[in-house]
Design a protein around this ligand. Sequence first.
Ligand code: G3P
Length: 215
Amino acid sequence: MKIFLDTANLKQIKEAVSWGIVDGVTTNPTLCSREEESFEDLIKEICRIVSGPISVECVSSRADEIIKEARSLAKLADNVVVKIPIGIEGLKAIKALAQEGIKANTTLVFSPMQALLAAKAGARYVSPFVGRLDDVSHDGMDLVDQIVTIFNNYGFDTEVIVASIRHPLHIVETALIGADIATLPFAALEKMVKHPLTDIGIERFLKDWEKVKVK
Ligand code: G3P
């Protein structure tokens, strides 16, 4: 399973990269709005730090505008993937961009049919938002399961990015279902590493090590 970071914060990205486990980054307008740097500088720097795919969101509404915006975002760096919200205009843009070789991550996916249409249009990635579904009493991971089954049934090579992850259980379920990618807020990544029994174990070993007779 690939691990992407769901943040535009350079400090968090650099720290996670130093752990050796980051395969890519996803951003969105909300995440970018929290940072000080200008949008273009921020994206270029993220693309420099992480060599894997970096999702950058289009904010235009009409297909022709989305295509124009996507082309200019794709020029920022070779590893930019344009994030396009699912919709009729989005599908038209994804199709046209795929023909030009520009990779799209279809975002704000909340149903298996939206994911199927995105894959048929040529999206490189689809991003089901599990946490936001959980927030409205729908099991977000059921959606991931359905999308993975559908893509396997028909041999789509579109990759599934499990997004809007809130806690480590979402990540465990992502791996058990076999979705391609989990995109994580930095806090969720930290929670993956930690376990109180590990801390207690280290403390005990270090204490006992003091009693060991070393030459
Ligand atoms: O980047 C898209 C997604 O991961 C956003 O998550 O927490 O705003 O629902 P959230």
